[in-house]
Design a protein around this ligand. Structure first.
Ligand SMILES: [Zn+2]
Length: 261
């Protein structure tokens, strides 16, 4: 699942390519919007809220409409000049937007819909780690409201705070030396939430996600994806487990020595 910083980068690319421009063509490749034509609409803004991505448009008629998308597991927004080779097969494209010589293609989007009012789509989300209105105190409060939930599950709940995905939950628990199965009530939340904010902010425009401070290839992360390899702190073999509520069980990586229950 993409993390908040992945979505932020996608927004940055789309904004640079499309903001302020008028769409010359749109091609929705899902039945519901097969006949939708957004040509002539002006791109007012491109923004993310947590992992939700919005392209806000003003139609020639003066009526606003927002393209709401969510990358879910496999989604990708790509931007290139018209005629360039696509990064994924054409049949995985869900929407193509063109403006001048620029083409933005949304592949395998988990959510793709047009909304007259985009507000309700994200009303359930907690404070956005990369939002201008980030509110650490409220995120802590939200997490604390479910004291029995293991922290490794609580961190993925976008209703508490928006932006943490599977990579960050492993890294955050390791860096705070907390076992992910620890009930949230037993975790010192403010420093954890603060760390999440700092990590996502530091990575928001980086191509490669780094939590260790070392940008060398293979050195970027503490534990994620490193099962059976030595912990960077103590040398103990990192373990991979599953943590989540079925069917959303996801891999989690733990150093059994650094992270005690
Ligand atoms: Zn260790």
């Amino acid at each position: 699942m993409p993390e908040g910083d992945t979505v932020f980068r996608a927004v940055h690319r789309l904004r640079t390519a499309l903001a302020g421009k008028t769409l010359s063509d749109s091609d929705f490749r899902i039945p519901r919007y097969a006949t939708t034509d957004l040509s002539g609409a002006r791109v007012e803004s491109v923004r993310s809220v947590g992992k939700h991505l919005f392209i806000d448009l003003l139609r020639p008629s003066g009526i606003p409409v927002s393209i709401h998308s969510h990358l879910m597991m496999e989604g990708l927004w790509d931007v290139h000049t018209i005629g360039a080779k696509w990064r994924r097969p054409w049949h995985t494209a869900r929407v193509v937007l063109r403006a001048g010589d620029i083409e933005a293609v949304g592949f395998d989007l988990g959510v793709l819909e047009l909304l007259a009012d985009p507000g309700p789509a994200v009303a359930h989300l907690g404070p956005d780690l990369l939002g201008d209105d980030w509110d650490a105190a409220r995120a802590v409060e939200n997490l604390a409201a479910a004291p029995d939930t293991p922290i490794g599950i609580a961190l993925l709940d976008q209703r508490s705070l928006a932006g943490v995905g599977n990579v960050y939950r492993s890294e955050l628990c390791f860096m705070r030396r907390v076992h992910p199965a620890t009930p949230t009530a037993a975790v010192d939340l403010p420093p954890l939430v603060d760390l999440a904010h700092r990590l996502l902010t530091a990575n928001r425009l980086r191509v490669t996600r780094v939590t260790t401070g070392a940008t060398g290839r293979g050195r970027e992360l503490w534990v994620y994806g490193r099962d059976r390899r030595p912990c960077r702190r103590c040398g103990t073999a990192v373990e991979r487990g599953m943590l989540g509520e079925p069917p959303a069980e996801r891999s989690i990586y733990v150093c059994p020595r650094c992270q005690t229950r």
